[in-house]
Design a protein around this ligand. Structure first.
Ligand code: COS
Length: 386
């Protein structure tokens, strides 16, 4: 019986490759893109030809053909180097490319997936609206069928990659059916008439990742761009988020590990009261708690990724992974800042960026409060003891 964190030779080689790429190409500009709130176009241009923008996409659709765990390992490694680049990659892959692969027609897959998987085009996912965040079913954007097209009216908020993406997977209401059953999913191209990108967000962290509003003003979408059947959009998006949330867990591990390593190096080199910080009990306690949090988070990410890969139920597990890993990463990066003291609060050191970046992981792809709803509903639905 192998351990949860055991990797195949192929997965380990892939991890080493991506780690080297991330440290050489991504880490050196991480502070600069954060500082200037600049999208790392040049990094994505390098990632595409290496297959890194289509890691879990089968080769017949133009991807690298790796398994989901390899993709999670890549997200962890990229996040270790730069949270912003990892979020860009995660939104493009988990939220835009994979739902087309999972729910698209053969024609939709042929038309959109190879361009996304090769990085020729960037993808984005549009669910959230200004009045529909945690309550994703409160979507107001409408799609009305007119002949061979749908006409979309409305807007989406906080859309990762919005200003740079060409392909958007979005939801809109096609009927007033009860609950979330009137919501449908569409593939929208940037060039469709009536599509526009709105205001860009100025954020606390992950400042190199692009977040903006998208607008549909009588936006004409060909009927063949309906993704799945009418009324199935909400469920498809929830299934997509089940995968996306594992990726957020992997990002949490990566960012928190970067802060942890910086704190460890500091604790071993900085002297206080005549001894290295690392030899003080107060620091050792922090280091132990941080190591526990990181280890447990990674176990959850690996286990849940394998579950999803194998097609086993994983909605609850994905929520547990996202909740635990993001809240743990928040604590780990907070303690890393504390270990570095004044230096931790300074932009001279990378831990303040990790601390700012990691906060989004308790919010995006479902807040911690939403994950607790998903987990408690699933637990309470189980038949109790006889
Ligand atoms: N997989 C498949 N189907 C799912 C599902 C999942 N993970 N989660 C819910 N569904 C289905 C339900 O089974 C239900 O189907 P029926 O209509 O056939 O009964 C339907 O979807 C509606 O589900 P539910 O009644 O649970 O919807 P709620 O409005 O109560 O909302 C939550 C459920 C809170 C879980 C959902 O709104 C949510 O995840 N919100 C957060 C959104 C989010 O993560 N936003 C981030 C955007 S990306 S940055």
């Amino acid at each position: 019986m192998s351990a949860v964190t055991d990797l195949t030779e192929e997965q380990a080689l892939f991890r080493d490759m991506i780690r080297e790429f991330a440290r050489k190409e991504i880490a050196p500009i991480a502070a600069e893109i954060d500082e200037s709130s600049r999208f790392p176009t040049e990094t994505l241009e390098k990632m595409g030809p290496l297959g890194l923008l289509g890691i879990p996409v089968p080769q017949e659709h133009g991807g690298a053909g790796a398994d989901l765990l390899s993709y999670m390992i890549a997200l962890e490694q990229v996040a270790y180097a730069c949270g912003s680049t990892a979020l860009t990659l995660a939104a493009h892959t988990s939220l835009a490319t994979l739902p087309i692969l999972a729910f698209g027609t053969e024609e939709q897959k042929r038309r959109y997936v190879p361009d996304l998987a090769s990085g020729r085009k960037l993808g984005a996912f549009g669910l959230t609206e200004s009045q529909a965040g945690s309550d994703a079913g409160a979507t107001r954007t409408r799609a009305v069928r007119r002949g061979d097209r749908y006409v979309l009216q409305g807007s989406k908020a906080f859309i990762t990659n919005a200003s740079h993406a060409s392909t958007f997977v979005v939801t809109a209401k096609t009927s007033d059916a009860p609950g979330t059953r009137g919501i449908s999913a569409f593939i929208v191209e940037r060039g469709f008439p009536g599509f526009a990108v709105g205001k860009k967000e100025d954020k606390l962290g992950l400042r190199g990742s692009d977040t903006a509003e998208i607008l549909f003003q009588d936006c004409e979408v060909p009927a063949e761009n309906l993704l799945g059947k009418e009324g199935e959009g909400f469920k498809h998006f929830m299934r997509t988020l089940d995968g996306g949330r594992i990726g957020i867990g992997a990002m949490a591990v990566g960012i928190a590990r970067a802060a942890f390593d910086a704190a460890l190096a500091y604790a071993k080199s900085r002297q206080v009261f005549g001894a290295f910080l690392a030899s003080h009990g107060a620091t050792q306690e922090k280091i132990a708690d941080m190591a526990v949090a990181l280890h447990a988070s990674r176990l959850l990410v690996y286990d849940t990724a394998r579950r999803r890969q194998e097609g086993r139920p994983h909605t609850r597990e994905a929520a547990i992974t996202k909740l635990f890993a993001s809240e743990s990463a928040y604590r780990v990066t907070k303690e890393a800042v504390q270990i570095l003291g004044g230096n931790g609060y300074s932009r001279e050191y990378p831990v303040e960026r990790c601390f700012r970046d990691v906060k989004l992981l308790e919010i995006g792809e479902g807040t911690s409060e939403i994950q607790r709803i998903v987990i408690s509903r699933s637990v309470l639905e189980e038949p109790g003891p006889a």
